[in-house]
Design a protein around this ligand. Sequence first.
Ligand code: ADP
Ligand code: MG
Length: 312
Amino acid sequence: MSMVIAEHLHKTFGRFTAVKDATFSIDKGEIVGFLGPNGAGKTTTMKMLTGYLPPTAGTASIAGYDIIDKPLEARRHLGYMPENVPLYDDMRVYEYLDYRARLKGICGKSVRQQLGEVIDKCGLEPKRKNLISTLSKGYRQRVGLADALLGNPDLLILDEPTNGLDPNQIRQIRELIRALSENHTVILSTHILSEVEMICNKVIIIDQGEIKAADTPENLTTNLRAAGRVSIEFKGDPTAVVAELEAFAPVKKVILEEPEDGWNRLLVRAEPGTDTREKAAAIITAHGLPMRHIYRHIPSLEDVFVEMTRRD
Ligand SMILES: Nc1ncnc2c1ncn2[C@@H]1O[C@H](COP(=O)(O)OP(=O)(O)O)[C@@H](O)[C@H]1O
Ligand SMILES: [Mg+2]
């Protein structure tokens, strides 16, 4: 079931287009990394999904509710942690969350119960009576997460949740998000690749307002141009080896580099997702030539990101 369906979401500020015709969907239970350089349009897209910013064109639905036709229902199904969590410094953690719960229309007995739950889930128990002004950035983020969790929404939209944290705090928040993802669909934005690799099972890459890719990290890397690349070093006359490799179907290009120390270096480009190592080794062995190295390039999400956001 789709938790989020964005259809042709478009946002302009004056003459500037911040998000162009963004169409994507997110299934229930997914933990999605919304990845893009600064200024790519991540916050703008998230604000449109949350209903804080009306799209110039297009629409989206959250848990089946259209954000334009059914804004209240759509909002009730999501919790949003904005980029800079606006907290009230002179309130205590408990007071602040109590105030937020009431603003969200949670009332009666369930306020206490929900506050207990979100405080517990976010590890805020030791800080519940502290003034927000005295909290570290990591704990402030936890308060933001706790706030987003009030009302137990199906979907959490977290804008750069680890921004500005130190490595230990980042790890703690990451673990917390991972734990939350067991009961909530999560979209988090980041410009940090490793973060996505560590916790997300789907990546949406956005650049200059355009969605460039949306898939699992595994599919993105195996479908990459670089994914079929093999390098080989062998000795002897390369002519026949090159010709036979070029005739092999998945191979697109064979590049022979100048030998440096008597060893030929071949770069074989082939269809993404294919592996030409076995064939290459067989050809070289059939010619009785010595081989000392064969390696298939394993693309990282960074390669994907570079290929998708390259300016040439
Ligand atoms: N209210 C606004 N008015 C004008 N331009 C804006 C506004 N909000 C965002 N932008 C521009 O839209 C682009 C995308 O911004 P944003 O969505 O915040 O990017 P990201 O979150 O990926 O860093 C940026 O170039 C930004 O300057
Ligand atoms: Mg942003």
